[in-house]
Design a binder for this molecule. Structure first.
Ligand code: MGD
Ligand code: MGD
Ligand code: SF4
Ligand code: MO
Length: 752
């Protein structure tokens, strides 16, 4: 049996896989040693991918829900014609604001999103809601201010760093950094390098750290402020870096002079001496970097936290260097840039939240359906997401989605969200179609992996690009054929460097205004037809390869691709098409960072007035007496992977998901291990069994993310977002404070 190459779709690392298959199943799954990034690495979750490929919830044909609530099968032609008609009707009657597109790609599938997001163009709506906008938009917003564009995104060179600070992230379980477990073990065992973890729980990662600051949840802004203020007190800033590369430092110093270091550290409840040690060591390390994730971003002061975290590597000058934090290139940009000017950036109607990175936050969608009067959202199109489980406040989502005039869901499985839909459209799985992700966030080496299908599509499923193409044709937004371009593409593909096609494609885009909204479809319908192995929908990557090669020519050549001008782009695209294990796109120099900063003066603008004000007015958060526990609502464990797997038997451990609680808290409440209790918040109540765990601080409890799916007529594990509220959120981005939910834990005998 010959091995085929693909990738894992369970987290943003997308480790390369070498798989063996029979007609419908994986018979063997291993790490792919030839993958240019993961080089053979995988974690325990990848071996379970068969549970994704085949399960009882897989959708096999388009379905429509009747007024009675019953589902009936319909043909693709019927479904597409009826959906197109209804969408046009809603657009024409209610205008642009009535429509929202939601999702467009999860942890493994972004190719479809290239096409799906065009639906907002067809509906003239700006509202692209995305799961990224319930975690990362604070980071993007801060990047926009500091570096000039929200598309300037930083990464961390953990592998070459002497001093790594992990804040609010548990890479041992969640990954997010390359080959996490190998890299963490190496760091941990090193005698010359240092690893520090800031996390309220003694996580698997914290256990490996040289220093663990087990802070009170939600106090990062205080702790990070204290570190920065210690630098000011002890003159540990990198003044050369600050002077050469930044402006606005005076405003930062002005806030720092009033930071009561000892009070802030006491509030964070960590030893002052240790904080001083970390401050001094980080500032003076030869190289240092900061890696953060949800513990910082989905906690109190979310956007301010992102600012302070970035000030750590900027004011110490650990930026644009080996082992530091660096900007990186995107092969295909995962996000855009949303201007601040209200005229260029529509705000949501009821919640008044602007787009950030061209994305809108799931946290406000129910209120935009429920409370926006005549300008409410009436139609939603969901692709590759399950907001009825993953969005804050499940009840609000259920109520709002039940009111929608029109809901279409594209998914591989019958999800909680799909059950509310008027039409459900079955996608081929990520192993049945050409796929890729745009999580190419590395520096100095960046890679890209285009995956060929390893199975035939099951039943009557389609790849998303084809679904959207049919829909846009039916909506009369797009012609089906482009005869001249098609002909030229065929001719041009036969010569080594395509010349005529790029020119004609450019002219077509210039002359036919409407088509400018849909270049990806034009490329697929023309160039796509000439690509080998039915790689039709890959065609937009031809454009991406050319754009990338033009912009980063030297770095692309350093990665071994040859040619100049158009020829370099062509070589890169051909490598992407033919290398089954993925390609190295580029190898950069550290000075390339400065070409990626987008402010006209080439400097980093440190002063962000909106955040300076929040920073000056930082307030402590008193514990509620009614809800005395702080719930970390959703952590990453050995066997959770968002809601990608629905069959609970994929989990080797913890099939039903438990609440973790400090043994002393359990004893004080007379709760024994495995006892079922009620966990209640201001928003809801769920039943869950308790496991004691002394890695937690007292007063903090934690529930896992990625449970609560209905499978085989039973709900498995906690429906976590019954406990979370949508209004408990960051003021700038509306990111929910999931890591800090006040709850009460009650014995069932005491719940009436
Ligand atoms: N196994 C597994 N891996 C995954 C996923 C999955 O579902 N399962 N999902 C993927 C996705 S979508 C994402 S976004 C990433 C998320 O990756 P991570 O953010 O690394 O994962 P989490 O476990 O959600 O949260 C990280 C840590 O934040 C800590 N924390 C909680 N509150 C605070 C606080 O106030 N301050 C600080 N400093 N820390 C706090 C928690 O104790 C936890 O250890 O994981 C990805 N990887
Ligand atoms: N309380 C709480 N809530 C959270 C979090 C938390 O920590 N706590 N974490 C948040 C985070 S960081 C994230 S990223 C979100 C994740 O939540 P969502 O954004 O809802 O994404 P997933 O759970 O990854 O769901 C992916 C969906 O894509 C479908 N799918 C898989 N393959 C394909 C395909 O090829 N095509 C199509 N069309 N569909 C496919 C799957 O069946 C599944 O329904 O959850 C968020 N919600
Ligand atoms: S780290 Fe694990 S879950 Fe993430 S892509 Fe690699 S194998 Fe999959
Ligand atoms: Mo996420």
């Amino acid at each position: 049996m010959t091995a085929q190459h693909t990738a894992c779709i369970l987290c943003s690392r997308n480790c390369g896989l070498e798989v063996e298959t029979n007609a419908h199943s994986f018979t063997r799954i291993r790490g792919d040693k030839n993958h240019p990034m993961s080089a053979g690495y995988i974690c325990q979750k990848a071996a379970r991918l068969q549970y994704y490929q085949t399960n009882d919830d897989r959708l096999t044909h388009p379905m429509k829900r009747l007024a009675s609530g019953a589902w009936v099968g319909v043909s693709w032609d019927e479904a597409i014609a009826e959906i197109a008609q209804k969408l046009r009707d809603i657009r024409d009657r209610h205008g642009a604001k009535a429509f929202a597109y939601y999702g467009g790609g999860g942890q493994g599938n972004h190719l479809g999103g290239l096409y799906g997001s065009a639906l907002t163009k067809a509906m003239r709506s700006p509202f692209h809601y995305s799961p990224l906008a319930q975690e990362k938009t604070g980071d993007f917003w801060v990047n926009g201010k500091l570096f000039g564009r929200q598309t300037c995104h930083t990464t961390e060179d953990v592998e070459h760093s002497d001093y790594v600070l992990f804040v609010g992230t548990n890479p041992w379980q969640a990954h997010g950094i390359r080959n996490a477990r190998d890299v963490l073990k190496e760091l941990s065992q090193s005698t010359s390098r240092r690893m520090v973890v800031i996390d309220p729980r003694k996580t698997e990662t914290a256990k490996l750290a040289h220093i663990h600051l087990q802070l009170r949840p939600g106090t990062d802004a205080f702790l990070l402020s204290a570190i920065l203020a210690i630098w000011q007190r002890e003159n540990l800033f990198n003044h050369d870096f600050i002077k050469t590369h930044t402006d606005g430092f005076l405003e930062i110093q002005d806030v720092l002079k009033n930071v009561p270091i000892a009070d802030y550290v006491r509030y964070a409840d960590v030893p002052l001496a240790k904080v001083e040690q970390v401050a001094r060591e980080f500032a003076s390390a030869r190289s240092a970097c900061v890696r953060v994730d949800l513990g910082l971003q989905q906690s109190l002061h979310s956007t301010l936290n992102s600012y302070l975290e970035k000030l750590l590597f900027l004011l110490s000058g650990h930026f644009a260097k080996a082992g530091g934090n660096n900007l990186h290139t995107f092969f295909v940009p995962l996000i855009g840039h949303s201007d601040d000017a209200p005229a260029k950036n529509w705000r949501t109607v009821a919640s008044k939240i602007p787009g950030i990175g061209k994305l809108y936050p799931p946290n406000v969608l129910p209120e935009e359906i429920d409370n926006a009067g005549d300008e409410r959202i009436r139609a939603v199109f969901v692709d590759s997401a399950n907001p009825l489980l993953s969005g804050a406040d499940t009840k609000a989502y259920q109520q709002a989605f039940a009111k929608l005039e029109f809901l279409v869901v594209v998914d591989v499985a019958m999800t909680e969200t799909a059950r509310f839909a008027h039409y459900v459209l079955p996608a081929s799985s990520q192993y049945e179609k050409w796929e890729a992700t745009f999580f190419n966030l590395d520096f100095p080496k960046n890679t890209f992996h285009l995956r060929q299908p390893v199975f035939e599509p099951v039943h009557d499923t389609l790849a998303e690009p084809e679904i959207y193409q049919r829909l846009l044709v039916a909506m009369r937004e797009l012609p089906r054929h482009f005869p001249l371009l098609e002909l030229i593409a065929k001719f041009d593909r036969k010569v080594p460097a395509m010349r005529l096609f790029p020119w004609l494609f450019g002219v077509t885009m210039k002359l036919r205004k409407r088509l400018r909204n849909y270049p990806q479809f034009v490329l697929a319908a023309t160039l796509g037809k000439c690509l080998p192995h039915h790689a039709t929908w890959v065609a937009p990557l031809w454009f991406a390869a050319h754009a990338y090669a033009q912009k980063h020519a030297q770095a692309v050549k350093r990665a071994g691709h040859q040619g100049d001008g158009l020829a370099l782009g062509e070589t890169l695209f051909n490598a992407i098409l033919s290398e089954r294990s993925g390609v190295t796109l580029s190898i950069h120099r550290y000075e390339d960072n400065w070409n990626m900063v987008r402010h006209a003066d080439g400097k980093i603008h440190l002063s962000i007035p909106e955040l300076l004000e929040q920073w000056r007015n930082l307030k402590t958060n008193p514990l509620s007496t009614e809800y005395p526990f702080t719930l970390i609502a959703g952590d990453r464990r050995s066997y959770n992977a968002n809601t990608i797997f629905r069959d609970p038997s994929w989990r080797k451990t913890e099939q039903q998901g438990c609440l973790r609680m400090h043994p002393d808290d359990a004893a004080a409440l007379r709760i024994s291990t495995n006892e079922e209790v009620a966990c209640c918040s201001a928003h809801g109540l769920i039943h869950v069994s308790v496991v004691t765990d002394d890695s937690l601080r007292r007063g903090t409890v934690v529930l896992p993310h990625g449970y609560g799916m209905r499978y085989g007529n039973k709900v498995h594990g906690p429906v976590l977002n019954l406990l979370t509220g949508a209004s408990y959120r960051d003021t700038i981005t509306a990111t929910p404070f999931h890591k800090n939910v006040p709850v009460q834990i009650l014995k069932l005998s005491s719940v009436v």
